[in-house]
Design a protein around this ligand. Structure first.
Ligand SMILES: NC(=O)C1=CN([C@@H]2O[C@H](COP(=O)(O)OP(=O)(O)OC[C@H]3O[C@@H](n4cnc5c(N)ncnc54)[C@H](O)[C@@H]3O)[C@@H](O)[C@H]2O)C=CC1
Ligand SMILES: CC(=O)C(=O)O
Length: 312
């Protein structure tokens, strides 16, 4: 009999439950185990999600579990930890969330887990590194959501400007999922035409592009000011990464992946294009950056390393 896909979701707050909701509605997994330090919350969320199953495209078994359920999981998705308060940066969360992670990863590994980790909690690049270090799993089996959400935000804004379906907008944000991230304009295409060509034709100007990037970079702050948290966008981004893994898609997504010399940097998890399949990160895709992009990328690495050093 075919083995069922089991996904354990650790952290059933706004992000974890938005992910579960998207997963059920897209019919991606056969089993979703919900785990949270607040057991009543995990149980209540499992009950509520179960009541939607008659309307889902495929069956999913959903229940409140504990760390022992991770032992046979294919994927453990971590969304536990503190979110930003208005005015806080993602990096401000590093000390408290790294501490939570160290205990949590140990409990997951004690279950015998030997699958793939997908991390979303912030600061995501640093917590992905902590997950890799603490778990002892191969680097390919530890993935952060990285700048998948930021790239989606950028594609959405460009789509609105050009009146082109976002699925035909190829644009990437790389670097830290945070204030030092950068757009890769040199590799952006909209309906097969390059940004450079649109700039020459006057369909867009540099100031508008700069504004689109700043709005993308700061989108989380704008949403947190208005509704206190972001969760639907990341829920769907995590679902997209999960599909790439479970369906062995070899999709290129800007996840947080471990660098070993790519982009001139090593020993860091950071948002870069990578091929994602059933093995996790098959390879980091090294696109040619222009001098400004390379400089901004290396600055982003430096900020991550400086922030990470005290918590490792
Ligand atoms: N990577 C990305 O693009 C995004 C990341 N996030 C991050 O996701 C994280 C979660 O955000 P929300 O869901 O809004 O927060 P939330 O406060 O709604 O949920 C967090 C959950 O984690 C649980 N938790 C805390 N400590 C735990 C532990 N030791 N073991 C198990 N569960 C524990 C809490 O009980 C709570 O249910 C935050 O760090 C936030 O910054 C949020 C949006 C986007
Ligand atoms: C909170 C966060 O990381 C985001 O929405 O991008």
């Amino acid at each position: 009999m075919k083995k069922v896909n089991r996904i354990a979701v650790v952290g059933t707050g706004a992000v974890g439950t938005s992910y579960c909701y998207a997963m059920i509605n897209q019919g991606v997994a056969e089993e979703l185990v919900l785990i949270d330090i607040n057991e009543a919350k995990a149980e209540g969320e499992a009950m509520d999600l179960n009541h939607g199953l008659p309307f889902a495209p495929t069956p999913t078994r959903v229940w409140k579990g504990d760390y022992s359920d991770c032992g046979t999981a294919d994927l453990v998705v971590i969304t536990a930890g503190s979110p930003q308060k208005p005015g806080e940066t993602r990096l401000d969360l590093v000390a408290k969330n790294a501490k939570i992670f160290k205990g949590m990863i140990k409990s997951i590994m004690d279950s015998g887990f030997n699958g793939i980790f997908l991390v979303a909690s912030n600061p995501v690049d640093i917590l992905t590194y902590v997950t890799w270090k603490e778990s002892g799993l191969p680097k390919e089996h530890v993935i952060g959501s990285g700048t998948v959400l930021d790239s989606a935000r950028l594609r959405n804004s460009l789509s609105a400007h050009f009146g082109i379906d976002p699925r035909n907008v190829h644009a990437a944000i790389i670097g830290e999922h945070g204030d030092t991230e950068l757009p890769v304009w040199s590799h952006t295409t909209i309906g097969y035409d390059t940004i450079e060509s649109y700039l020459q034709k006057g369909t867009i100007d540099q100031k508008t592009l700069d504004d689109i990037f700043v709005n993308t970079r700061d989108a989380a702050y704008h949403i947190i000011e208005r509704k206190g948290a972001t969760f639907y966008g990341i829920g769907m981004s995590l679902t997209r990464i999960t599909r790439a893994i479970l369906n062995n898609e070899n999709s290129v997504l800007t996840v947080s992946a471990f660098l070993e010399g790519q982009y001139g940097n090593s020993d860091v998890y950071i948002g870069v294009p990578a091929v994602i399949n059933r093995q996790g990160v098959r390879e980091v895709v090294e696109i040619e950056l222009n001098d400004k992009e390379q400089e901004q990328f290396s600055h982003s690495v430096k900020v991550l390393k400086e922030t990470m050093a005290p918590v490792l």
